[in-house]
Design a binder for this molecule. Structure first.
Ligand code: NAP
Length: 292
């Protein structure tokens, strides 16, 4: 494949950053990759795993001469990072992020963006419960949506960035920030919140019961523990930075839960069965859409 960006800086070499680097290298669409992480201990891992051509802990140095800068750090850290690196970026370069919330990231980054760089917020809908440089793999984005929020960036630059995410396996889709945060509050943030709650409920049980919950966890609980094992800092930042949409979805969820509680109390078998039929259909349509 032809080169799309000749020099790429990936800041934050965790699950997402390392996967971007591996997928871009494999697709042959980038020249030099600079890896950057605030944690100096990541350097040997970057070398061992062949994640980047060079590595630095200095984000300002990392972005010099880069044509594409990918900020893949927790959303609460993106604004301060952007403030530091933007003045050091090459005019005409593209700045993006992979953050799981978009209104807060746009709010925090936009004030620092001048006319000479192209700021394209984005969010790959791909991940696992693992974090850190060794968690990344080049197939992570295969067939997954990568949401792009083009703002006022010239079409040619947006199209170029879309060709990059397509080359690394993702399906590019444009979206606006309000809609993004609402959709993700329901499809990703609320499920994680529920998983954290169920697992902490188990932790609070008396010890014999807790031991058996862990021993017999095959029936459903195990799936929640996978979600609840996700990175604590990343998820702390997601809930704090998408509070409005998460609280709105949580309110709706609580109302539906009360409804279900009432149906169980009053033995409303038809109601329960028809709801479970509808939810099974949703699962089938996700499988049909290739997103399972
Ligand atoms: P991760 O595995 O925890 O990696 C983040 C890395 O960034 C860590 O190595 C962290 O170092 C480093 N870092 C933090 N602040 C930094 C800074 N100011 N400068 C340089 N490096 C910094 O996280 P991730 O899962 O890859 O997530 C990265 C971003 O992608 C987040 O915004 C997240 O919301 C988003 N995202 C995640 C997923 C997912 O499923 N995990 C999916 C889609 C999008 P320390 O550990 O030393 O802090």
């Amino acid at each position: 494949m032809t080169e799309i960006y000749s020099r790429v800086a990936v800041i934050g070499i965790g699950l997402i950053g390392s996967s971007v680097a591996l997928a871009a290298r494999r697709a042959g669409v980038v020249g030099h990759i600079v890896g950057c992480d605030s944690d100096a201990d990541v350097a040997p891992e970057v070398k061992r795993l062949g994640l980047a051509d060079s590595f630095t802990t200095d984000a300002v140095a990392a972005v010099a001469d880069a044509d594409l800068v990918v900020m893949s750090v927790p959303v609460g850290a993106i604004g301060a990072l952007a403030e530091r690196i933007i003045p050091a970026m090459k005019p005409g370069a593209v700045l993006t992020d992979t953050g799981s919330t978009k209104r807060s990231v746009i709010r925090d980054v936009t004030p620092h963006v001048g006319d000479d760089i192209h700021w394209i917020p984005s969010h790959p809908l791909a991940g696992t419960e693992h974090s850190g440089p060794a968690a990344g793999f080049p197939d992570l984005f295969n067939g997954r949506y990568w949401l792009i929020l083009p703002g006022g960036v010239p079409e040619a630059e947006v199209a170029r960035f879309e060709s990059f995410v397509t080359a690394i396996g993702a399906v590019a889709e444009r979206m606006d920030a309000d809609y993004h945060d609402k959709v993700l509050a329901l499809t990703s943030h609320l499920p994680h919140l529920i998983a954290y709650t169920i697992v902490s409920t188990a932790v609070n049980l008396e010890s014999q019961l807790k031991n058996d919950v862990i021993r017999f966890s095959a029936s459903g609980f195990r799936d929640f523990t996978r979600l609840a094992a996700s990175d604590p800092v990343m998820w702390r930042d997601v809930f704090i930075n998408n509070d409005e949409a998460v609280l709105e979805m949580l309110q709706r969820f609580s109302e539906d839960l009360s409804d279900l509680q009432r149906a169980i109390r009053w033995g409303e078998t038809d109601k329960l069965e028809s709801l479970f039929h509808r939810t099974r259909e949703i699962r089938r349509s996700i499988i049909d859409a290739g997103q399972s």
